[in-house]
Design a protein around this ligand. Structure first.
Ligand code: ADP
Length: 402
């Protein structure tokens, strides 16, 4: 491994997994990438890749997040990227919900951690493990600056008309209910990269970004500023996702509570874990969903059709909000890889100025590329997201600002 100028360790801490990436923020290179999975279970999976070297420790239990991070550091040593050799200048933490208080990349302090704990009810699945990641990383790397980068940050300035729910104002003010939006780091990064790719000023472009991974969200971005986004108070709203339904009639929740006598926790579990394409078609992963569709499974076909229907609805809505759409960008696991999803989302939209090039769409490339036909008024791009690099760059910007 050639010695980098400086690196940032980016930590993404989930409830049972911890992802680490070592990034050179100046060149954008990823020097090491690893995940510890099944934390707290009987046997864990841990791997770290540095160039063409991979160190693994699969099997032994890893009790908690501190042990997980220690394991990640050991694997970094084994794979040849020991932290004391890479001029580590900061640790960046993916933080999900910043509530109303946090939206800029923010140094992690005891106070920030305490406030993040208070925000846990807004993101019960995401904020507690993220705080845990910050605590253990600060313990193991106490001499480095730690910086939290919020998934909600980019959408802080959503216009009030987009951010506001039409419910009793006194209730939403008291409980801080608004559309916060998520995947902001990705929407911001991808829209900036689209401008670089097209060699056009960001301020001149109206874009729709479709971040389609396990979680999925759409945003309308005018001149680099978000105009609307599909996720809301929590990451449940909007597009159909792997296990989440996206938009549903809130009356469903009342009905299930009153008539089906489901508890709040049962409804929560159903909406977060047993809905979306999984709830309808029995598969989370779009590769497996495709296999089911091809084997003639009607439930899988319906799950896919519902997913595409919602996606097209959001594209149309955001085109209306933007007035003129220069670019539509597909990103994340499904958006970058699933030829069928992109084709079915974009077919028949010639009247709206969108002409896909079937061959370009079917091309296997992993890199940024145009998939719209020459002369299509709206350019359609596939753009790999890189939230870790965006977090690393936010960290060095915070350091530079002093
Ligand atoms: P996350 O939201 O967990 O970050 P990703 O953006 O990594 O998710 O997306 C993961 C999803 O991407 C998988 O569940 C799968 O549905 C989809 N995916 C990954 N690779 C492919 C592929 N080659 N073809 C179709 N779908 C894919």
């Amino acid at each position: 491994m050639t010695a980098p100028g400086r690196t940032v360790l980016v930590v993404n801490s989930g409830s049972s997994s911890l992802k680490c990436q070592l990034i050179d923020p100046d060149s954008g290179a990823s020097l090491a990438d690893g995940t510890v999975e099944r934390i707290g279970e009987d046997s864990a999976l841990a791997g770290m890749t540095v160039g063409d070297r991979e160190a693994r420790r699969d099997g032994p239990a890893i009790a908690d997040h501190e042990a997980a991070l220690r394991t990640a550091f050991d694997l970094l040593d084994e794979a040849g990227a020991s932290l004391d050799t890479v001029n580590l200048v900061a640790v960046g933490h993916r933080a999900v919900h910043g509530g109303r208080s946090f939206y800029e990349p923010t140094p992690v302090t005891d106070e920030l951690i305490a406030k993040m704990r208070e925000l846990a009810p807004l993101a019960p699945l995401h904020n507690p493990p993220s705080v845990l990641g910050m605590e253990v990383a600060r313990k193991l790397l106490p001499d480095l600056p730690h910086i939290a980068v919020f998934d909600t940050g980019f959408f802080h300035d959503l216009p009030a008309a987009a951010a506001t729910y039409a419910i009793d104002r006194t209730v939403s003010e008291k409980w801080h209910i608004r559309r916060y939006g998520f995947h902001g780091t990705s929407h911001k990064y991808v829209s900036e990269q689209a401008a670089v790719f097209l060699d056009a000023p960001l301020t001149s472009l109206n874009q729709i970004v479709l971040h389609l991974g396990n979680g999925a969200s759409a945003s309308a971005i005018a001149g680099g500023r978000p105009v609307d986004t599909s996720m809301g108070l929590t990451p449940l709203e909007g597009l159909v996702m792997g296990t989440r339904p996206g938009d549903v009639d809130a009356g469903i929740i009342l009905y299930l509570s009153r008539t089906a006598k489901m508890s709040v926790d049962e409804i929560d579990e159903m909406l977060n874990r047993r809905s979306g394409v999984f709830g309808l078609g029995g598969e989370i992963d779009f590769r497996e969903l495709r296999e089911q569709i091809e084997s003639g499974d009607a439930a899988a076909q319906l799950a896919y059709d519902v997913y595409i229907h919602r996606l097209r609805k959001y594209i149309g809505a955001y085109m209306a909000l933007l007035g003129r759409t220069d670019v539509i960008v597909f990103t994340a696991g499904v958006g970058e890889n699933d030829v069928n999803v992109r084709r079915d989302a974009m077919t028949g939209l010639g009247g709206l100025g969108i002409e896909l090039d079937e061959q370009l769409n079917a091309g296997p490339a992993k890199t940024a590329r145009r998939i719209s036909a020459d002369g299509s008024p709206t350019t359609v791009l596939v753009m790999p997201t890189n939230e870790e690099l965006a977090i690393a760059r936010d960290c060095v910007a915070v350091l530079a600002a002093g």
